[in-house]
Design a protein around this ligand. Structure first.
Ligand code: PLP
Length: 361
């Protein structure tokens, strides 16, 4: 199957084999050695010298963990949102009692750093700014470096970034840009199944942790840090996902970080070029086009659901639809992780064939 959604993504055979390995003691020496290798490699991709924590959960668990470990009820938070996942991050903080000020932008466009500056100037004592790096629902990548600069220039707020669908594929030097916590998820760029969230936690985040009063048990950063210092995890981890991640990181290290980023940029450009050449219209503002996902407008008069169904049944190809208000307006092609141009060619070819069929029927 050509699985072209934005995670889960296809798995390399070596990863599949690793996932099927017999269990080991998660409090034994083999696990400790494996976790050390994983953390060591992840630091390269996060471009951080600080702590990396892994939680057994989907990406959203990582976002919730960031919120409850850094904030107290009543804290002022600015949530920058350009789509579904930006809204979700805001909702989590709000649910746990933060005073959330949403800074929303039209779907398909990126956040404006000057608008963020203005928002920060208007509010006092902003404790944290939540930003989505790559908004998967609209296939748009925020200008995070400029947004980060705005945050640090106008406030002492923590910068917390949902990098779930970008980290490892799109440039994000966590330390250099002053990102206090960055979150990613295993089923996106990392070529392993869903079930792990990986977070970087910088020194300012640890200071905030010491003061933060939101309730937390499973997500407690310090519990996890202390356990990881002993080569363990706070609670039983998804051991086979670690097997997979260990091998996937080996593959990534062999390819090289620069090459991985260049491949994602190249395949994304190829997707956009070929989609347009085949008559499709791109959805997002192309100045901020994502390198991990591309959104295409559903051609007028076409039933998007039917189109995807024919694609799945007749062409063994699965793409994503739109979310929320974009449900009947766009389709999305994932090009992240284990992907090259040939996967995209096959996908677009099938999309065109399926479209001919849907229009004729
Ligand atoms: C996939 C994704 C999420 C949600 O991750 P889950 O693993 O489904 O919980 C959040 N934010 C972004 C940007 C994503 O791409």
């Amino acid at each position: 199957m050509n699985l072209r959604i934005v995670g889960p993504t296809p798995l390399p055979p070596a990863v599949c084999e690793a996932l099927a390995r017999p269990m080991i003691n998660h409090r034994g020496p083999e696990f400790a050695a494996m976790q050390a290798r994983i953390v060591n490699s992840l630091k390269t991709y996060f471009q951080t010298a600080h702590e990396i924590l892994l939680f057994t959960c989907s990406g959203t668990g990582g976002l919730e963990a960031a919120v409850v470990n850094l904030l107290s009820p009543g804290d002022t938070v600015v949530a920058v949102s350009i789509g579904v996942f930006g809204d979700r991050f805001a909702e989590i903080a709000e649910l746990f009692g933060a005073q959330v000020h949403r800074l929303r932008f039209a779907w398909g466009s990126a956040a404006d750093p000057d608008a963020l500056r203005a928002k920060l100037d208007e509010l006092a004592n902003v404790r944290a700014v939540l930003i989505t790096h790559n908004e998967t629902s609209t296939a748009t990548t925020n200008p995070l470096q400029e947004l980060a600069r705005a945050v640090h220039e106008r406030s002492d707020a923590l910068l917390v970034v949902d990098a779930i669908s970008s980290l490892g594929a799109i440039h994000l030097p966590v330390d250099e840009w002053g990102v206090d916590v960055a979150v990613t998820g295993s089923q996106k760029v990392w070529m392993i199944p869903p079930g792990l969230a990986m977070l970087s936690v910088g020194p300012r985040a640890w200071e905030a942790y010491a003061r933060a009063k939101m309730p937390r048990f499973y997500w407690d950063f310090k519990k996890m840090r202390d356990a990881m210092a002993k080569g363990q995890t706070a609670f039983t981890p998804g051991v086979n996902l670690y097997f997979g991640l260990d091998v996937a990181l080996e593959l990534m290290n062999a390819e090289g970080f620069e090459n991985i980023r260049a491949r994602h940029a190249r395949v994304a450009q190829h997707t956009r070029d070929c989609a347009q050449a085949q008559g499709f219209e791109l959805f997002a503002n192309q100045a901020f086009a994502s390198n991990t996902v591309t959104a295409l407008k559903i051609p007028p008069g076409v039933d998007g659901k039917k189109w995807r169904e024919v694609l799945r049944k007749e062409h063994d190809t699965v793409i994503a639809g739109g979310q929320k208000e974009l449900t009947d307006k766009i389709v999305r092609i994932g090009h992240l992780g284990w992907v090259n141009e040939a996967d995209i060619d096959a996908c677009l070819h099938a999309m065109t064939a399926a479209l001919v069929y849907v229009r004729a029927s």
